[in-house]
Design a protein. Sequence first.
Length: 309
Amino acid sequence: MVDWRSPKVQEICLFVFGQSLVLMLGVYCWEFALTLPDVELALISKKLRFRWILVPYLFARYAMFGNLLFLTVYLNVVPAENINCAVMGQFFSVYGTMMIACASTNLLIRTVTIWTAHKLIFYFLIAASVGQWVMTFFAGFGDGPSAQSSSAGGCHFDPGPLSMFYYYTVGFDFTILVLTMVYGQGIIYFAITFVVNVPILILASLRLNTTMTVIANIPAATISVICSSRFVTTLLHYQTQQPKKAVNNFTSYRVNEVFEEETEDYSSNAHALTTNICVSGGISTIPPDSEGNVANARSISDTSRVQAV
């Protein structure tokens, strides 16, 4: 059985953690560059109007980028004996919790929108989101997430205060996942965000060693931000390309779906009727031919016109 407390195993875990930071930084930089024209450049060129739903989107993107860059440089450049554990622990906890909270808020936007008509569920989701941000404040800025220097020359993190935040986040993400599954919209983003946060809870509960306690935090936060950001950009593109249909889909009333189907049936036959307005002020109705096409107005004799009285 592996002794997770042995110095050799902890050294291997620390190496894997450092390499995972470099990997996540590379993946996120690539994702950041690919999605830059979707929102940031569109806002600068005024092709996209700024809306409040972009606040958690933008904050999560740049906080994630700054967090990855800081931790990668700090842990790979600064010698271990010169690392300020208190500063790194506070930075890690504040930005880590806020990024995950922003990712949950990005996913919540869609769920809140489709449940707007159901006031009980709507206000429940809003209250749950406020509760998550309150826990984010206490978990990030409280006294619990501090890190102390260990006897081995590294930093020892206490995962206890952050565990409750992650338990709440997983439960909150699961709730909006279930509520969104009812309408089957964007399920893949919700499912991935929920799944990647589960290992954080498992490792924090096992308390194998200091590195293993936090080794899944950065990958989970990175994937959560990427998925939630993709979800927001997909939603923006959908609204831009199909604004009228998007408005109808932003409701929890099932009657709209039936209404849309009936409207499509009527609109498909709309070409079968047309009205020819005569210069003299009369109105004549031109019936369709055997193939369902409207005949040319010039081929209809004046005797077939029904003059308006």
